[in-house]
Design a protein around this ligand. Structure first.
Ligand code: ATP
Length: 262
């Protein structure tokens, strides 16, 4: 089966005045079609750099990257993926509907089909009643939902997300996590998701990729094995806690003492 993302020996060196910074070294990563993979690790471990390389916003210094068997550049030109970052990045002069429609316009989709698709997407993210509003009339969580709808507009089979919920309050964040897993499973899209939050990574992912800085690299990959159902009950599930602990241990590189073992 075609892989959504395949990174082989990917490295990235930034030239800086004080000397070169090796942001990434020897990164091997395969993301299967439909798979949800999170990248987690301390500040500076190269999570955003890796995502930017996948999105062809920057080029690797070494190694190979392919997106659905295409070079990253080709995949970008073909708009094979949707992108959502921490700042929703909406166009303030466009309504919610017009923001969501943007990738469809770029794809040359005709107006009637565009309007139908925007209505469908607005419903998917729960914004049907807000399509005529402008971004500054929405809460942060609603803006982020518009960004997700826009990322999904052209039905990409891959979503690249860099801390899309980072600036949101905990309640909104948990709500959108549930929505995102529902949307990803309904659309069959693979997701590469950068986060600082261990519970968020575990809740969302099929696999959590743990990274470490200086130089940025992958140090562990943890399969969550939590199955398809990502409902609120999962947050109370012992297997979920077990995986949260496993990721925490991998991040700290040592065993974490659990409260009930003290
Ligand atoms: N354009 C750039 N020029 C020089 N150095 C850079 C550039 N972009 C990133 N770096 C360096 O590369 C390393 C990895 O940065 P990156 O932003 O990918 O880390 P991160 O894991 O996403 O961090 P954070 O969690 O803080 O967002 C850091 O040391 C950073 O300073």
């Amino acid at each position: 089966m075609t892989l959504a993302v395949k990174a082989t020996g990917v490295g990235k060196v930034f030239a800086a005045k004080a000397g070169d910074v090796t942001a990434l070294t020897g990164v091997d990563l395969e993301v299967e079609a439909g798979e949800f993979v999170s990248l987690i690790g301390p500040s500076g471990c190269g999570k955003s750099t890796l995502l930017r390389l996948i999105a062809d916003l920057d080029q690797p210094s070494s190694g190979e990257l392919s997106i659905f068997d295409k070079p990253a550049r080709r995949a970008r030109i073909d708009q094979d993926y949707g992108i959502a970052f921490q700042q929703a990045g909406l166009l303030p002069w466009r309504t919610v509907a017009a923001n969501i429609a943007l990738p469809l316009e770029l794809h040359g989709v005709a107006k009637p089909a565009r309007e139908a698709r925007v209505a469908e997407l607005a419903e998917l993210v729960g914004l049907t009643d807000f399509t005529d509003r402008f971004p500054d009339q929405l809460s942060g969580g609603m803006q982020q939902r518009v960004a997700i709808a826009r990322a999904l507009a052209a039905s990409p089979k891959l979503l690249l997300m860099d801390e899309p919920f980072g600036a949101l309050d905990e309640m909104t964040r948990e709500y959108l996590q549930g929505e995102l897993t529902r949307i990803a499973s309904e659309t069959g899209a693979a997701v590469v998701f950068v986060t600082h939050s261990i519970p968020e990574a575990v809740f969302l992912s099929d696999r959590v990729v743990v990274m470490s800085p200086r130089p940025g690299r992958i140090t562990d990959v943890i399969a969550t094995g939590l199955g398809a159902a990502r409902d609120e009950a999962l947050r109370e599930n012992p297997l979920y806690f077990e995986k949260v602990t496993a990721v925490r241990e991998a991040l700290h590189g040592t065993k974490v003492e659990r409260a009930n073992e003290r």
